[in-house]
Design a protein around this ligand. Structure first.
Ligand SMILES: [Mn+2]
Length: 382
């Protein structure tokens, strides 16, 4: 009996083993592999998933921190910030005003916001220089997208821009939004933006203007990127007593009481002295930074509407900007970038770098100047 049974059992085992061994071994292998893969994925999620995320502008779940993606691909936003109109807990909202109606010479600034966003992606790859920090760990910045206006009805454009800015600024009342930063667009866009700011702050602002032109030439109230500050001063949007213009190298009979540090002064005295003059002039008044890219020499910013020779280098401008952290900025802009006249994105890159350094300045103000309190600052009588 045994002699019959044993071969039968042996046959059965052999048969089942043949059929089972591969699935069993495969299952064991699969289990081991899965465990290993899970461990790898988990490790990656800790060390990298917070940093590698294509199209982070739409897919990042938090408005803080940075993600790394290919500098040449993915959804474009300013410095890869979240592209959103949700202003909850936002400290800085970046928005584009693709205005191209008020230039007196070369057009093309309608492409400015897109050009600056594209150039900024390269800057979002690394920690900031010279601080070596990810400023977005400390500062909640979003890209609010562009303002819509109908250029076929030019008379409606200023109000459309003011309303767009007001939609953002009015969040100051209850939330922490503290600053708006505009990507231009021709320089006229600053005028309706100032209106929206003054509507909130209920007082004229000190203007810190980097420009080849004063933009206070007198005219009728048309769309002109060289006259809007004449009207802004007349309408009490700007306080000329505490305002200053840097890099000027065009003439006006009347600078309307604004202090002028012309391009010669910058070249002769250097960035540290210029920063000192700005700090002294503005003091602790609430102020607005307006940076016309034509403040830079055409060698550093050829892509602009009205270039003027003899201007600042990009280095001089950045150096001055890094030394005026003490100021109480409530808003700012970088304007007049015209990509069709640019070469190798020199101008867009300069504009993106200036914008990036303005955000670094605000971050350092928040973290290093302990007296600066985002959200509550507006309640104080600064
Ligand atoms: Mn200008």
């Amino acid at each position: 009996m045994t002699s019959i049974f044993l071969p039968l059992v042996d046959t059965m085992i052999t048969h089942y083993w043949r059929n089972l061994k591969y699935p069993v071994i495969t299952s064991i292998k699969r289990y081991l592999c899965t465990t290993k893969t899970n461990a790898f994925v988990e490790e990656a999620s800790v060390s990298q998933s917070a940093k590698v995320l294509t199209d982070g502008a739409f897919r990042r779940k938090t408005i803080y921190g940075s993600t790394v993606e290919s500098t040449y691909a993915g959804a474009l936003s300013f410095l890869r910030r979240n592209y959103t109109r949700n202003l909850e807990n936002v400290e800085i909202a970046v928005t584009g005003i693709p205005l191209d109606l008020a230039t007196t010479f070369r057009p093309g600034t309608r492409f400015g916001p897109a050009g600056i966003r594209q150039a900024s992606c390269q800057l979002a790859e690394l920690k900031s220089y010279p601080d070596g920090i990810d400023l977005f760990e400390d500062l909640a910045v979003i890209d609010y997208g562009d303002c819509y206006f109908d250029p076929s009805f030019p008379h409606t454009v200023p109000e459309a821009i003011e309303n767009h800015a007001w939609e953002i600024i009015k969040h100051n009342v209850k939330q922490v939004l503290d600053c708006i930063f505009m990507l231009g667009g021709d320089h006229y866009g600053t005028y309706p933006l100032l209106k929206a700011h003054v509507k909130h702050h209920k007082r004229p602002l000190a203007l810190v203007q980097f420009d080849a032109h004063c933009d206070t030439w007198k005219d009728t109230k048309g769309l002109n990127h060289g006259t809007m500050f004449y009207h802004a001063i007349k309408e009490n949007l700007i306080d000329p007593e505490h305002s200053i213009q840097v890099g000027i190298r065009t003439f006006n009979d009347d600078f309307m009481g604004v202090k002028i540090l012309d391009a010669d002064f910058v070249h002769s005295n250097g960035p540290a002295k210029v920063a000192e003059e700005i700090l002294e002039r503005v003091g602790n008044h609430k102020c607005y930074l307006t940076f016309d890219i034509d403040c830079l020499d055409p060698a550093f910013a050829p892509g602009t509407g009205t270039p003027v020779s003899g201007g600042l280098s990009t280095y001089q401008a950045l150096s001055i900007l890094r030394q005026i952290r003490k100021l109480a900025f409530v808003g700012g802009d970088i304007v007049e970038v015209s990509p069709p006249y640019d070469n190798s994105s020199i101008t867009s890159l300069a504009a993106a770098t200036i914008g990036y350094n303005f955000l670094c300045l605000l971050r350092n103000k928040k973290i290093l100047d302990k007296t600066f309190n985002f959200g509550n600052r507006l309640k104080k009588d600064v």
